[in-house]
Design a protein around this ligand. Sequence first.
Ligand code: NAD
Ligand code: TYD
Length: 347
Amino acid sequence: MKILITGGAGFIGSHVVRLFVNKYPNYQIFNLDCLTYAGNLENLKDLERNANYTFIKADITDENVINKLFAKHQFTDIIHLAAESHVDRSITDPLAFVKTNVIGTMILLNAFKTTWQNNFEGKRFYHISTDEVYGTLGETGLFTETTSYDPNSPYSASKASSDHFVRAFGETYNLPYIITNCSNNYGQNQFPEKLIPLFINNILNSKSLPVYGDGNYTRDWLYVKDHALAIDLAFHKGKNGETYNIGGFNEWKNIDLVKLLCQQMDEKLHKPIRTSEKLITYVKDRPGHDLRYAIDATKIKNELGWEPAVTFEEGLSITIDWYLENEQWLNNVTSGAYQNYYQKQYI
Ligand code: NAD
Ligand code: TYD
């Protein structure tokens, strides 16, 4: 098998690449990534010498390059994670999200279709998506695989659009695909623009913790290595043409999560209780902010036998320890362009 993993230098992608390279020495793993601000080869330093691993620096929106790479390598399978992934950035620059998430996905679909013509036997296009395509929940209910798409942010609209194109290629050209829609991930190597690593970094630098609105927004959090294991299972055992929801069975209101994070940080940094909590600052809300996401992951549990293995308290503690032990990683990714982003977004 020659598996093309896109976005492998990013947060979730790096965990997926590591799992596949180590677990399947007989597969050739190609990690294609153009290394945006969110992509970082430091995330994969330990794999550089593996015989079954190749890194390709390329942009999925560059049709010529992608077509040439497919002609050369004849990838048998794709696990597609490359994307612009941050809601706040999609509000300031929506077009960038259409280019990468919609057009980039289309270019990969076309290249896959052209390479294999109608001979798709044993091949698979696996598209990684998000629960945000379903829009927002009220105080009750869960997203299932049959919930209607109702995206509210340019990010979720671009992901919804790419999901539709993948499904359309399945219906129209019999392209063998699966899609998984996952809830919010956290863990090692997440870029510090997302809630958990941003707040860890701010606590380390005694900066305020900007909670949007009243903080009563709810997300369903999943440890990234549990997501990677779900991807492994869905890739090998999932049925073509199916969608699976992946979630943590783990809902937290933002403000409660932030207080737990502050408590764990105080303990680990040997600070008096409630020191970090004093940094909490309520700021202007995100426009179009979805109230609540929560996944019903019964289908993947019943059909593929997947369940999250790591509890939130454990996963959060492991995550904080990793950031404390890797301050150099944090310093590297938060220098330069990150400073401009931070100024524009928060100050
Ligand atoms: P990320 O932003 O950390 O990483 C994205 C990676 O894609 C980066 O390495 C970046 O360099 C690369 N990339 C971006 N544009 C590219 C392009 N044009 N060509 C090639 N590479 C490009 O994202 P993530 O959080 O790891 O998310 C990965 C995937 O999982 C995305 O598709 C996202 O929508 C989906 N997802 C994320 C979450 C989450 O909580 N982070 C939850 C559900 C689904
Ligand atoms: P985020 O990590 O950006 O993920 P998503 O928007 O994809 O769910 O945000 C998680 C939640 O935290 C979301 O409700 C927005 C909120 N949030 C803040 O309150 N302050 C912040 O600075 C950020 C980045 C997020």
